[in-house]
Design a protein around this ligand. Structure first.
Ligand SMILES: Nc1ncnc2c1ncn2[C@@H]1O[C@H](COP(=O)(O)OP(=O)(O)OP(=O)(O)O)[C@@H](O)[C@H]1O
Ligand SMILES: [Mg+2]
Length: 224
């Protein structure tokens, strides 16, 4: 089943003196339970595409379907709270909340009771290899790799099964990078997640099931 389907999507930024055409007639289908990597030069439009997949903006032309529903018809705030999670290079944890509370927070926003949110948060933190001291650890006392793992646990806790990752290991050393990629791979293989990973690292991209390259506003599939 297609988790996200993109049909003839074009997108231009219109906030400068002349529009910047970033995406040109892109069509692609991201299937359930697969790991995708997108590479491409800086400024080629990778983050722009991801922001459209997350419903942060709508394309001027073309359609995007999430779980076979048209993005335009969806409540896009709810989409981001429930169906599609995004993780970034900057981990964007709440500095005043400890690791456990960071994972609980979006669940509580979604109306899940505290006891249940706590239990689920513990479960997801365990899945990313963080079981200890999760109530003692605040973002500033965690390493980059640990913070990113909390961000992944938080994304999983939101309940969706589509994970968009924009250079999630850009700030990490190679050991932590491998660790994060292994976690993403496990999510795909064992939990049926669909992961779309933007990366500059060709070696990492090669670990995906399907590789795309963004070039001149188009998305080209790379031969494995
Ligand atoms: N808010 C914006 N307003 C105007 N132009 C923008 C905006 N955001 C990005 N752009 C332009 O759109 C193009 C694509 O940017 P985007 O951030 O999608 O690239 P990217 O492939 O993610 O690059 P990087 O690898 O450096 O993160 C660039 O030319 C950029 O300057
Ligand atoms: Mg980018």
């Amino acid at each position: 089943m297609s988790k996200i389907k993109v049909e003839n999507v074009s997108y231009a930024y219109r906030n400068s003196y002349r529009p910047v055409q970033v995406l040109k007639d892109i069509s692609v289908s991201f299937e359930e339970g697969k790991f995708y990597a997108i590479t491409g030069e800086s400024g080629s439009g990778k983050s722009t595409l991801l922001s459209l997949l997350a419903g942060l903006d709508l394309p001027q032309e073309g359609q995007i379907y999430v779980n076979e529903k048209e993005m335009k018809q969806l409540d896009r705030d709810q989409l981001r709270q429930k169906d599609v999670a995004v993780i970034y290079q900057a981990f964007q944890l709440f500095p005043l909340l400890n690791a456990l509370e960071n994972v609980m927070y979006p669940m509580e926003l979604n109306g899940i009771r505290k006891a249940e949110a706590r239990q689920k948060a513990q479960k997801y933190l365990r899945k990313v290899g963080l079981a200890d001291r999760i109530e003692k650890h605040f973002p500033k006392t965690m390493s980059g790799g640990e913070q990113q793992r909390v961000a992944i646990a938080r994304a999983m806790a939101a309940g969706g099964d589509i994970l968009l990752a924009d250079e999630p290991t850009g700030n990490l050393d190679s050991e932590n990078e491998e660790n994060i990629i292994r976690i993403l791979r496990t999510l795909v293989d064992q939990e049926g997640y669909t992961v779309i990973l933007v990366t500059h690292n060709q070696k990492i991209a090669e670990l995906a099931d399907v590789q795309y390259q963004m070039k001149d506003g188009r998305l080209l599939e790379k031969e494995a």
